[in-house]
Design a protein around this ligand. Sequence first.
Ligand code: 0O2
Length: 239
Amino acid sequence: MATNTPEQVTLKELRTDLVRFMMSYKFALEEINTKLNILKEEFQYVHDYNPIEHIKSRIKSPESIFKKLQRKKLDISLESIKQNIRDIAGVRITCSFVSDIYKIKDMLESQKDITVLECRDYIQHPKPNGYQSLHLIVQIPIFMSDREELVPVEIQIRTIAMDFWASLEHKIYYKYNKEIPQRIVNELKEAADTASRLDRKMENLHDEMIALKQLDDEVAMTFSPESLQFLLGHKGIKT
Ligand code: 0O2
């Protein structure tokens, strides 16, 4: 039987290490997705409302990891990736309203096996180009057959309007390899401001509807159906 050369053995070991290494990020994503789906379902049941519109997750490709290592002038090794690249596992959550973003952040922070390592609030402090989102780097434990690992996951939380802007802005930059003309940069910033105004407007409308519904419920609780019918009849309103 042919035996492996030392190079082949090293290569095989490296491959096993790499597969095992990437596996922990895949499991971490699965854990976070399960947590988010539980929150989504339970919140809908208890509050009759769903703060999570959409969840998307991805594992960073080896090419992107490699590019990031190069961009940051870091060592190319598994240890270096582990220490420096914290967005290998990434989840993007889209919500209807800005207040939902902070609700989700609070719910995640209060889970005792989740540690928030970093929080970048690009909603309170948008990037100069207009980019808005809340970025969390969380760490969760993953239990394997022979060990427990603490794995970082990047969670981006944004509204539908913020997501719409970021996706299109990314497409514009991705397709155009040269420097973007200043006029386009300015218009993109304006579009981000418009998206932000739309977010505020939709949230105000939502709050007004909640207040109206509460008032309706209070009226219904205060008056019996008979007295309500009498009062409405008195006002000439048919029920
Ligand atoms: P991908 O494929 O989306 O993952 P760092 O991670 O700290 O080294 P950075 O850029 O300082 O690098 O981190 P930051 O600001 O938290 O942003 C990381 C991710 O946020 C990016 O991932 C984008 O997904 C998103 N993002 C940040 N700024 C912008 C922006 O101006 N426009 C858009 N469309 N998205 C943005 P990656 O690594 O670029 O790639």
